[in-house]
Design a protein around this ligand. Structure first.
Ligand code: ATP
Ligand code: MG
Length: 230
């Protein structure tokens, strides 16, 4: 099992190919210290999402290791890996349930108080209270539909509730209205506090908050440094 704190990530000589494909990553090495905020950039197909997929153990590498807090994730239980990592995806799909339940999904044993608190920190309260039945409003495809920016803030609320040491952020490429963009920035600032962050980031405002930018090309790191030097 993993420690409560921590959040160190290591890719050690990792080689990975999708089934029946040529390797996407070959001898890939990347070390991220606890609490470091890393922006992962590079053109389409460079391997950014693959790095996040391996860290979540959606696939196992053919060679090398992926480690969290110095432990090979292949030897961790699904549960302890799941507790260590929170993901804010490009676009979350909401369940046909109340908005309350959709947020509580981040940590099913969270109290109502904790759910409201996370919603507030993720800047969701205002739009939720404007919905017909507030937190009891049914959302999702067949319920009240939320905008892209609102869905993203729900995803952030879930991740705040989950309180994992490692945060993966796959930022949406789609443009958001500027009010949503400000709210999301504030929500992300709150979410990133005190965590290791690996983000596939597109917006400059997001990248500004990072300690380190890693540039990938053809499955390799081709540049790595402080945002100002790149
Ligand atoms: P983007 O910016 O477009 O999201 P990316 O940097 O995230 O790109 P990846 O999704 O990691 O790139 O893809 C890296 C390579 O692996 C690409 O050539 C892609 O076609 C291939 N690939 C990605 N997912 C799969 C898959 N499930 N099966 C086979 N090949 C895949
Ligand atoms: Mg991708």
């Amino acid at each position: 099992t993993l420690q409560e704190q921590g959040g160190r990530v290591d890719f050690v000589n990792t080689t990975f190919a999708y089934p029946r494909r040529k390797p996407i990553l070959e001898n890939f090495n990347l070390t991220i210290e606890p609490g470091q905020r890393v922006g992962l950039i590079g053109r389409s197909g460079a391997g950014k999402s693959t790095v996040l997929a391996l860290l979540q153990r959606f696939y196992d590498p053919q060679e090398g290791e992926v480690r969290v807090d110095d432990q090979n994730i292949a030897r961790l239980t699904q549960d302890s890996l799941r507790h260590a990592i929170a993901l804010v995806p490009q676009d979350i799909s909401l369940f046909h349930r109340t908005v309350f339940e959709n947020i509580q999904y981040g940590r099913p044993d969270a109290t109502a108080e904790e759910v409201y608190q996370a919603a507030g920190e993720a800047r969701c309260t205002e739009f939720i209270e404007a919905m017909p039945e507030g937190f009891d409003t049914i959302v999702g495809d067949r319920g009240v539909k939320l905008s892209g920016g609102q869905r993203q803030r729900i995803a952030i609320a879930r991740a705040i509730l989950k309180n994992a040491p490692i945060l993966l952020l796959d930022e949406a490429t789609s443009a958001l209205d500027s009010a949503s963009e400000d709210a999301i920035q504030q929500a992300l600032d709150r979410l990133m506090r005190g965590r290791t962050v690996i983000a596939i980031a597109h917006r400059l405002s997001t990248l500004q908050n990072f300690d380190r930018i890693v540039v990938m090309s053809n499955g390799k790191v081709i540049d790595d440094g402080e945002p100002s030097v790149l």
